[in-house]
Write a protein that binds this ligand. Structure first.
Ligand code: HMG
Ligand code: MG
Length: 335
């Protein structure tokens, strides 16, 4: 069975735009957030308080937040990699933040210029400061799945997904390297236990929700299920969210198996915007329109109005001067 209601976390204004080469005017970002807010979405990741040298596109984070932080009935988390970002976010009126840890050592270095352990120390400082102000903190744990996982022990409880038996929590999972996508970092396979380790650290430091990100979009249900099982062993299922990129067109099947495993929070990006500046070759997030279309078809409630969502997608696609990558938007715009 799958959840009756799915909370969608719209990440378009942040994850979607952070990789755009041409600077999108602040007014366009603000209008996009307003349009998204009118669709019924309850969470919109608005921007990042990161170094403008690293992500020039989001250098206007303060102006964006000043303009939208009073929007009613909507949560607008922002990314904060360190205390400096947290303080700037608070000054702008932000009332929810997200921290982001990599489960890959080399990606941590190229994304936030420090090791995983160093990043966890910084994030603990952020969660401590947030706690004092009663600010909720979301945690991202992200990973690369170049490989597939093979389960090697079978003396524990099992779960059936797509007619296949998978072992729960204590299952021994072995990682086999298969191939590396073009332009991938040198590190290779990230074992599910490493993803689980980072997820648990973030949970233990007080994150109310842990979003598991397949940053470059190479996962399939075959790799995602064992990874989720490993994380479900250390973080309660209702605190786990999934965050897929659509590089290989695997996002919807990955979301479907995640729902079958009991996950009910899904990150997505209007018009399929996105890509990570430090992950070459990664394409956009799964399109929110496609997620809503699938969930509507499954009879799962989201409270999101697909028509209004498409208008928000048209708005930003027109501005960027290229078609939406949402299959649903393309199809419905034809009829
Ligand atoms: P650093 O260079 O190691 O930091 O960067 P530093 O402390 O040495 O500072 C360097 C300069 O940045 C200094 O300025 C600081 O003041 C400034 P300078 O003295 O040179 O003029 N600085 C800041 N400015 C504004 N806001 C701040 C801030 N902190 C320092 N918060 C740092 C370290 C973390 C800052 C940098 O690496 C950074 O900003 N990285 C951000 C990378 C990023 O945003 N990546 C994309 C988000 S992650 C993602 O997309 C994946 C996800 O979607 C999940 C998935 O898809 O799977 C979440
Ligand atoms: Mg992402």
């Amino acid at each position: 069975s799958i959840p009756k209601f799915v909370k969608i976390v719209e990440v378009g204004p942040r994850d979607g735009l952070q990789n755009e080469k041409n600077i999108v005017p602040t007014s366009v970002k603000i209008e996009l957030i307003h349009r998204l807010a009118s669709t019924g979405l309850s969470v919109i990741e608005a921007t990042s308080f990161v170094s403008p040298k690293w992500v020039p596109q989001l250098a206007d984070a303060n102006d964006v937040m000043q303009a939208v932080h009073n929007l009613r009935g909507i949560r607008l988390p922002v990314l904060t990699p360190n205390l400096k970002g947290f303080e700037a976010a608070m000054a702008s009126g932000a009332r929810e933040v997200a921290i982001f840890a990599s489960a890959s050592e080399s990606f941590s270095k190229s994304n936030i210029n420090c090791s995983i352990e160093e990043s966890l120390i910084r994030f603990r400082a952020v969660t401590r400061a947030a706690k004092q102000l009663s600010i909720p903190v979301r945690g991202y744990a992200f990973y690369f799945l170049f490989n597939y996982f093979k389960i090697t022990s079978n003396n524990c409880a099992s779960i059936s997904v797509l007619g296949k038996q998978y072992l729960s929590q204590s299952a021994q999972v072995k990682v086999y390297y298969v191939s590396c996508v073009a332009g991938c970092p040198v590190e290779g396979p990230i074992p599910p236990s490493k993803v689980a380790y980072v997820a648990k650290e973030l949970y233990d430091m007080g994150c109310f929700e842990i979003s598991l990100g397949d940053t470059i979009g190479v996962g399939t249900p075959g790799t995602v299920v064992p990874m989720l099982l490993a994380v479900m062993g250390v973080v309660p299922i209702d605190k786990i969210a999934v965050h897929f990129h659509d590089t290989y067109g695997q996002s919807l099947p990955n979301i479907l198996v995640s729902l079958q495993m009991g996950i009910s929070t899904v990150d997505s990006s209007v018009a399929g915007l996105g890509g990570c500046p430090y992950a070459k070759g990664a394409s956009g997030n799964v399109a929110t329109e496609d997620v809503v279309y699938m969930l509507n078809g499954l009879g799962v409630k989201t409270n999101v109005d697909l028509g209004k969502l498409m208008l928000a997608g048209d708005f930003i696609s027109n501005h960027l001067g290229r078609p939406s990558t949402s299959k649903t938007a393309i199809a419905l715009n034809r009829v």
